[in-house]
Every structure is written in structure tokens, then in C-alpha cells.
Design a protein around this ligand. Structure first.
Ligand SMILES: *[C@@H]1O[C@H](CO)[C@@H](O)[C@H](O)[C@H]1NC(C)=O
Ligand SMILES: *[C@@H]1O[C@H](CO)[C@@H](O)[C@H](O)[C@H]1NC(C)=O
Ligand SMILES: *[C@@H]1O[C@H](CO)[C@@H](O)[C@H](O)[C@H]1NC(C)=O
Length: 444
């Protein structure tokens, strides 16, 4: 039992006389009776988190189904390197907790370049590792779990192109194509070494190895993998198989996903009916085939109607996004029998017809799908806004980022989702103190 601050103070005061003991006992009684329920003796330093598990198409925490209202802040580790930026990490994690959010997806990589975690193959910057330690410890304090991505398909923060450059420098890469990241054995070895180093890292703040830390919700192999030089999909499939097996050989406690955008590949029956346009089948990825592997615990999907269409109006994009989500939830229930996570969704503010109200409509549509899925125990298990920032981070924004508390209608959508998900399947102990503030009309 966590001792309440009040009874601890009373116990320390010495010179005890009966009324004080009586009062302390009464406080203890209150704690035992209601403490867990209202979290009024919530001890921030000793938060107990358990591992998130999967059974069939659903996630579970402490035996209760778990549907996720989550968000992306890719910049946490990068910012934590500089101590003067650390308040931003605390700021966004506290704000997330306050909105009842439960999982944040972020980058656990930075290869080559400025503030690199991995300076060159097998060489790590301890300063940056400590920044990642800090992010994880801070998330834990706030009861937020993290989805950690291990490499980028894109060039930002190094990505597969950096690995290929390293191999070239050592004279071992066979091809200058950045897709040799997936098939070159030397580069595969570099990546495995990276994965092993991260998973077995001992956090200097918590003393725990990452692989033993339930603050980590899941690992993601790679952000948005594409291997266009092999549109058959065999190369990427083989890479996912090898890497997911490798992760599981080190860490069997955590969930694992690929990091896919969700496109159906050439061999998929849904390649024309499910994809945004014909090109999507030729990227070398395949949502069903890639996610089917037994070493992959849940499937990931991104929702970017702005990236995928250039000549569609907002209403048409919205319609496609709904069809896209429905199609993948159906795959989760019928084909994969695994949870489906919409790990990124966002709307650009650079469209000609953009108005902020469109974002609210788009967000609401995505959140509604997850809520309906939660109500029916279906596979649509969570959604992650792309992306949240705190004030003063304009430089780190793309055309998709928001400061969630700057627009009250958006803020309300987010908190309402937290409340209604909690109402369906229960509140995490760490959510209690926040949800009771704003879910007044929701019986918890
Ligand atoms: C998973 O769910 C099934 C069906 O609801 C149940 O019978 C089984 O005991 C569960 N397995 C675990 C490990 O919880
Ligand atoms: C990968 O290489 C191709 C071909 O050289 C190039 O067009 C593309 O921008 C590169 N992608 C990344 C993510 O670096
Ligand atoms: C969903 O699952 C929960 C607990 O497993 C159960 O109580 C509830 O009735 C289910 N809801 C539906 C619609 O099946």
C-alpha cells in the first residue's frame, strides 16, 4: 500500500496522542475505502504501471479492455537533450495526461546528424540516451505509456538513408539505393545491433532496462516502411520477419507493430477497392501480409487524405478516410484477428480550401470510429493525432501540428473521447485524478 502523505506526516510528528492516532486511522480507512477510486493519495513517484497485453482483437490492461486516445509528439528525445528544453517534455506529457490521453507515440531514433543517438553503427551518444531515459521516466510519472519507433523510412532524423551511407563509407553496400537498408546483410546487422542496444538500455533515472519497463506500450519497427525497388513486397516481408523475430528474441513482454501506412499490396484482393489510388499497391508494402506475421501483435495504419489526393475536395477526402478506416477495422476483425491502431491521422493546413473547423470534423470522424469500435468490442483499438506541440515550437511544426489547448472546440473533442472510452471499458488508475475533473456528466 502506498502511504498517504497525510498519514506519513502524522506518523513523523512524534509525541502521538490518541486523537491523532484516531485521525490517522480514519485517514487510512478513507484511503482504503476510496483512495484508489479518487486517487486523492496519488503518489506521483511510485506510479505502478502494468504491461499492456493483447487477447485476440483487443488490448487489455489489468484484465480490462483498453481502447486508446493517443497522440504523436515525435520531438521528445530530441528536445530533452538540451536541459533548457526539458520543460517542454513535461509540458506535453502533463497536458496529455490532463486530457485523459493514455499513449504517446514518439521517435526512439536519431541516426547520424545533429544530436544523433546513434552517431555511427554501434556508436551511441550517452547524452542523447539520457534524454530518452528522461522522456520515459517523465512519461511514467504522468501515467502516459509510450509507443517507441526504432527507425525512419523517411530522411528526417537519419532514417534508412543514413544506414546506407554508413555502409557505403565502410565499402560494404552493394547498391546506392536507400532500399538496400532492407536487403543488405551488413545493414541488417547494423539495425539489429541498434535494436538490441535500445531494448537492453538501462534507464539511469528508473534503473530499469527498457525491455522490462511497462511505461513502453509497444515497439514499432520502422516509421512508414516502403521498399519501392521490390514492389512484389517480398523484400520488405522478409525484413519484417527477421526483425520482428529478433525483437521478440530479446523482449517478449512488449507488444510489437510494423509502422505501416496501411496500403494493400499487389497481391491483395483489396489493392484497387481499398487503396487511395493505383500507385499505393506498388510501394513494396502490404498491410495484410505484413501484419499477419505471428511476431506482430497489432497492425498500424496512417490516415492522410491530404497526402494521398491532390485534386479532391474536403468532403471527398473525408468520405475516403471513413472508408479507409472501416476497411482496416474489418481486416482486423476478420482477416488478422488483431487490434488495429490508427497511429497517425492529420489534416494539412496548406490546402486551398482549409479552415480550422475541417480539422474538428475530420478528428471527430476518426474518434467516432474508435468509440464505436470500443462499444462493440471490435478491433479498431486506438487513434493517435499527428501531431501535438507546445507553444513556441513553430520551427518543429509541419502543416499538421496543433497546440491542442489553443482551440477550445478541438480540446473538447479530445477530452470527450477520453471520457466516453473510459465509460465503456473503465478508467486506468493513472487517469482517475484527471478524468474526474472533466467527465462530470459521465458516470465512471
Ligand atoms: C482470451 O480471450 C478468450 C475468449 O474471450 C478467453 O477464453 C481466454 O482465456 C483469454 N486469454 C487470456 C490469456 O486472457
Ligand atoms: C531514396 O532514394 C531515392 C532514389 O535515389 C530518392 O528519390 C529518395 O528521395 C530517397 N528517399 C529517402 C527517404 O531518402
Ligand atoms: C464487450 O466486452 C465486455 C467485457 O468483455 C462485455 O461486458 C460487453 O458486454 C461486450 N460488449 C458487446 C457489445 O459485446
Amino acid at each position: 500500500m502506498v502511504q498517504s502523505p497525510m498519514s506519513r506526516k502524522l506518523a513523523r510528528n512524534g509525541g502521538l496522542f490518541y486523537p491523532v492516532i484516531g485521525f490517522a486511522l480514519f485517514v487510512t480507512f478513507l484511503y482504503l475505502a476510496f483512495g484508489d477510486l479518487w486517487g486523492f493519495n496519488f503518489n506521483r513517484e511510485e506510479i505502478k504501471l502494468s504491461f499492456v497485453e493483447r487477447n485476440g482483437t483487443q488490448f487489455f490492461v489489468d484484465g480490462k479492455a483498453f481502447y486508446i486516445n493517443g497522440w504523436n509528439s515525435y520531438w521528445l528525445m530530441d528536445h530533452a537533450v538540451d536541459y533548457s528544453n526539458r520543460p517542454r517534455i513535461k509540458g506535453i506529457l502533463q497536458a496529455g495526461a490532463k486530457m485523459g490521453l493514455t499513449v504517446c507515440r514518439t521517435w526512439a531514433f536519431n541516426d547520424g546528424g545533429y544530436n544523433a543517438l546513434q552517431i555511427s553503427p554501434g556508436r551511441f551518444d550517452e547524452r542523447v540516451f539520457r534524454a530518452l531515459d528522461h522522456v520515459i521516466a517523465e512519461a511514467r510519472k504522468n501515467g502516459i505509456r509510450l509507443m517507441l519507433s526504432l527507425v525512419n523510412n523517411l530522411h528526417a532524423f537519419g532514417g534508412k538513408t543514413e544506414y546506407v551511407k554508413w555502409a557505403e563509407k565502410e565499402g560494404v553496400a552493394l547498391s546506392s539505393s536507400n532500399d538496400s537498408f532492407f536487403y543488405d546483410p551488413t545493414i541488417r546487422r547494423y539495425f539489429k545491433n541498434y535494436v538490441k542496444t535500445v531494448l537492453t538500455r538501462r534507464n539511469i533515472y528508473t534503473g530499469m532496462e527498457y525491455r522490462d519497463d511497462p511505461t513502453i506500450f509497444a515497439w514499432e519497427l520502422i516509421n512508414e516502411p516502403r521498399c519501392m525497388t521490390d514492389p512484389s513486397g517480398d523484400t520488405l516481408q522478409d525484413w519484417i520477419e527477421e526483425m520482428s523475430t529478433f525483437v521478440k528474441s530479446i523482449d517478449r513482454k512488449h507488444l510489437l507493430t510494423v509502422g505501416l501506412e496501411g496500403f494493400y499490396g499487389r497481391k491483395s484482393p483489396k489493392r484497387s477497392s481499398g487503396n487511395p489510388e493505383f500507385w499505393a499497391a506498388d510501394l513494396g508494402s502490404d498491410f495484410i501480409r505484413n501484419s499477419m506475421l505471428s511476431t506482430i501483435d497489432f497492425a498500424s495504419v496512417h490516415v492522410y487524405p491530404d497526402h494521398w489526393f491532390h485534386d479532391k475536395k474536403f468532403e471527398e477526402k473525408l468520405k475516403f478516410a471513413a472508408k479507409w478506416m472501416l476497411s482496416h477495422i474489418e481486416d482486423g476483425d476478420k482477416e488478422l484477428r488483431k487490434p488495429i491502431m490508427f497511429t497517425e491521422f492529420g489534416l494539412s493546413n496548406e490546402n486551398e480550401d482549409f479552415e480550422p473547423a475541417q480539422r474538428d470534423r475530420f478528428y471527430k470522424m476518426v474518434l467516432d470510429f474508435i468509440y464505436k469500435s470500443a462499444k462493440r468490442n471490435r478491433s479498431g483499438a486506438g487513434s493517435f493525432f499527428w501531431q501535438f506541440l507546445v507553444e513556441g515550437m513553430e520551427l518543429y511544426n509541419d502543416d499538421f501540428g496543433i497546440v491542442p489547448w489553443e482551440r477550445p472546440s478541438t480540446y473538447q473533442l479530445i477530452t470527450e473521447q477520453s471520457c466516453r472510452l473510459a465509460k465503456e471499458h473503465g478508467v486506468l488508475p493513472t487517469q482517475m485524478e484527471h478524468l474526474k475533473d472533466f467527465c462530470a456528466s459521465t458516470r465512471l
